[in-house]
Design a protein around this ligand. Structure first.
Ligand code: MEV
Length: 422
């Protein structure tokens, strides 16, 4: 049998049906498989095909709504798109705990993104940097000519900085253009400006520019959230102490910090995704920011208040927007924004930070008390029971028995179905 080839000329020119046919041949898909691909949900295949290349289907995730959020004195329902059980429930529960003490305070810096322009081949990098800085006003003005709309809405290039970076191939003179992106995530605006400035920087310095691209370490575009979590509602002062131990562990040990911050990102990314924003940009920003002191650390900080409650805060880069990108075209993302009722990217950023904070408290509370598995188990057991073929009227009983017996397994579910069906 000849080996199948993944080399296709002009795959992108095929219709979606033709592509599905090709993939079906390559991967032995059945008619039912192809039917799954055709079920495109709210986005629809045609819109999907306008978003990315070589589309053959869409990919759905559960969309849940976290309740109980009160942020800066306003109530929100928070849409979360995520495949992991317990995240939405955990957020809702701990948002309710924060409510007892008045809710969460959130804030953001100005929405400043950084574009980097990498200049190489400089014999005297300091002198090149000085030349760039002395042309700052002209360069910033020229950057703003690239995006009159952004300027009209109150944004635009604000400032320019120069950094000298030593690399194995010699010094780089790296220009940072600081751009206020208002309600856009801003990648397009910022990259266009960086590309426009590159030839001018080459002319000024006689050097050679290579990269012209935004930085995802968006540390001029930060979101912060802060709240007090009632000790009784968390389970007592022992639990508060457990959370503080967990926090100190994470802040001191990158192995633990990675997992601790992953839990934060469970909440953050679910909202970033639901609102059609770039999850990878926010992930990259968060993790690089967490390592900014030279050690990878916790994105949150905790302490005990004088009366024994838990005080928590979070700060991280938050490159999200409300205009442009998938947020503007994906019908479910548009709806998520409507459910949230946010009017600015900054308001959205504050909410996302708040979700990250409560998600972290939820995970640490569970870890420091009953452990994480109990919460996970109920949903997991439901899945196991359903997959084993439990009839709807028996699911609750089977779930209960499997959990009581600590045997949440397919074989046990099947035995219980037999037993209880008699
Ligand atoms: C699981 O998705 C997230 C946790 O591991 C986070 C943490 O350990 O803090 C529970």
């Amino acid at each position: 049998m000849s080996e199948k080839s993944s080399e296709f000329k002009g795959f992108y020119k095929l219709s979606i049906d033709e592509r599905v046919k090709k993939v079906s041949e390559f991967s032995d898909l059945t008619d039912e498989d192809a039917e799954v691909l055709r079920r495109a949900g709210a986005l629809g295949l045609d819109s999907a095909a306008r978003m990315i290349e070589n589309v053959i289907g869409t990919f759905e995730l559960p969309l849940g709504v976290a309740v109980n959020f009160r942020i800066n004195g306003k109530d929100y329902l928070v849409p979360m798109a995520i495949e992991e059980p317990s995240v939405v429930a955990a957020s809702s529960k701990i948002a309710g705990v924060a409510r007892l003490k008045g809710g969460i305070e959130a804030s953001t810096t100005d929405p400043i993104m950084i574009a980097q322009i990498q200049l190489t081949d400089m014999a005297d990098p300091e002198a090149a940097g000085d030349k760039i800085l002395s042309a700052k006003a002209e360069l910033v003005a020229y950057a703003n000519e690239q995006d009159p709309m952004l300027v009209k809405f109150g944004g635009g290039a604000r400032d320019l900085e120069v950094r000298i970076i030593d690399t194995r191939r010699g010094p780089n003179v790296v220009t940072h253009l600081l751009v206020d992106c208002r309600d856009a995530m801003g990648a397009n605006a910022v990259n266009t400006m960086a590309e426009a400035l590159a030839p001018r920087i080459e002319d000024l310095t006689g050097g050679r520019v290579y990269l012209r691209i935004l930085s995802n370490l968006a540390d001029r575009r930060l979101a912060r959230a802060k709240a007090v979590f009632d000790k009784e509602a968390l389970g007592g002062e022992g639990v508060v102490d457990g959370i503080l131990e967990a926090y100190e562990f994470a802040d001191a040990d990158p192995y633990r910090a990675a997992t601790h911050n992953k839990g934060i990102m469970n909440g953050i990314i679910a909202v970033v995704r639901a609102t059609g924003n770039d999850t990878r940009a926010v992930e990259a920003g968060a993790h690089s920011f967490a390592a900014q002191t030279g050690r990878y650390r916790s994105l949150t900080r905790f302490e005990k208040t004088d009366d024994g409650h838990l005080m928590g805060e979070i700060e991280l880069p938050m490159a999200v927007g409300l205009i442009g990108g998938a947020t503007a075209v994906h019908p479910t993302a548009k709806l998520a924004v409507k459910i949230l009722g946010v009017k600015t990217a900054s308001e959205l950023g504050g909410i996302i930070a708040a979700v990250g904070l409560v998600q972290n408290v939820a995970a640490l509370r569970a870890l420091a008390s009953e452990g994480i598995q109990r919460g996970h188990m109920a949903l997991h057991a439901r899945n196991v029971a359903a997959t084993a073929g439990a009839p709807p009227e028996l699911v609750d009983e089977i779930v209960k028995r499997m959990i009581d017996e600590k045997k949440v397994r397919m074989d046990r579910a099947k035995e219980l179905i037999e037993e209880l069906s008699k």
